[in-house]
Design a protein around this ligand. Structure first.
Ligand code: IPM
Ligand code: MG
Length: 361
């Protein structure tokens, strides 16, 4: 690589630090073996940051995230911080990072590794070979729309309200990202909304169709969110790329993750317009197993692969990391979450060892 890239390492809470540690080993190993030249700099985020500095996203952490070319985040949240006021909760850090850094395009692939077909609750023929990509709008919609709040009425009763709002420019840029991604895949894009009821969705559909005129090689379809959630469970392989809004994408991506059997396997990328990104496993902080060397580090390691590909233009090294994960699985290494009754279960660090060994071959 020509210039040294800076990666902000934000381990966060629960199992975050354990899985991030294994992913950092992968980066360091590529630095040594392949001259990758990435510099890692760590900072606290989430509940851990609140405990240290009284805020889930301290100014120094945000400053590092701004300065970095990419961010690797573990997970945030846990029961210890649930009772805090909203602005001090760990999740707040995630939402602020997304909006402060303009990370509007959230890529959530759901890929089923052949070795893990048995881990899905769905029939093997429904899910085997599954490889779909959800492109979720991440900095707009009802998550950030104004007005929002809880209002006290004249009679003392309360009304809660949020606003689902999209400006056409926000729709256009996420649609463009999705069409470009579809072009690198099977060239099929399904836009998911609720245009039969919501005006915001009506505009969404109109703009997506307009953007689609520049991508005649991509087959565009439209689906309502209720039907899409049904189709995702019924026949998930009909989808190649799904593009959808912030809230619908949040819901659909959890459903999609379960098609693959384990949320412990799924990476994600949140990108800005220039390819800077925050990379994180889709799973949460899993406080029940934190500190026990039980968590699956593969989603975080696969997030490093996405980082290499999307931010640093190192597709070859990304392929090698993904290949190494596949080799570790093929050799029979399983963390608890992906183990069948006959499998030998290994811990977080041992799974990291297996991936590093495969990477060195
Ligand atoms: C996700 C999470 C977050 C979201 C929460 C933790 C704020 O569910 O990344 O999908 O709703 O976006
Ligand atoms: Mg979610």
């Amino acid at each position: 690589m020509s210039k040294q890239g800076l990666v902000a390492i934000l381990p966060g809470d629960g199992i975050g630090p354990e899985v991030v540690a294994q992913a950092v080993r992968v980066i360091e190993s590529l630095n040594q073996q392949a001259g990758l030249g990435l510099v890692c700099e760590a900072a606290p985020v989430g509940g851990a940051a609140y405990d240290l500095h009284g805020h889930p996203l301290p100014p120094a952490t945000l400053e590092l995230a701004r300065r970095a070319d990419a961010i690797l985040l573990g997970a945030v949240g846990g029961p210890a911080w649930e009772a805090l006021p909203r602005e001090h909760r760990p999740e707040r850090a995630l939402l602020s990072l997304r909006s402060e850094l303009n990370l509007f395009a959230n890529l959530r692939p759901a890929i089923l590794f052949p070795e893990l077909v048995g881990a899905s609750t769905l029939k093997p023929e429904v899910v085997s070979g599954l490889n779909l990509m959800i492109v979720r709008e991440l900095t707009g919609g009802i998550y950030f729309g104004q007005p929002r709040g809880i209002r006290i009425e004249a009679d003392g009763t309360r009304t809660g309200f949020n606003t689902m709002v999209y400006h056409e420019s926000e729709i256009r840029r996420i649609a463009e990202s999705a069409f470009q991604i579809a072009r690198l895949r099977d060239r099929r894009l399904c836009s998911v909304e609720k245009a039969n009821v919501l005006e915001v969705s009506e505009l969404w559909r109109e703009i997506v169709i307009e953007v689609g005129r520049q991508y005649p090689d991509v087959q565009l379809s439209h689906m309502y969110i209720d039907n899409a959630s049904m189709q995702l469970i019924k026949a998930p392989k009909q989808f190649d790329v799904i593009v959808t809004s912030n809230l619908f994408g949040d819901i659909l991506s959890d459903a999609a993750s379960m098609l693959t059997g384990s949320i412990g396997m799924l990476p994600s990328a949140s990108l800005d317009a220039a390819g800077k990104g925050m990379y994180e496993p889709v799973h949460g902080s899993a406080p029940d197993i934190a500190g026990g060397d039980m968590a699956n580090p593969l989603a975080t390691i696969l997030s490093v692969a996405m980082m290499l590909r999307s931010t640093f233009g190192q597709g070859g090294l990304a392929d090698r990391v993904e290949q190494a994960v596949r080799m570790a699985l093929a050799e029979g290494y399983r963390t608890r979450d992906i183990a069948g009754s006959q499998d030998r279960v290994v811990g977080t660090a041992a799974m990291g060892d297996a991936v590093l060994a495969a990477l060195a071959r």
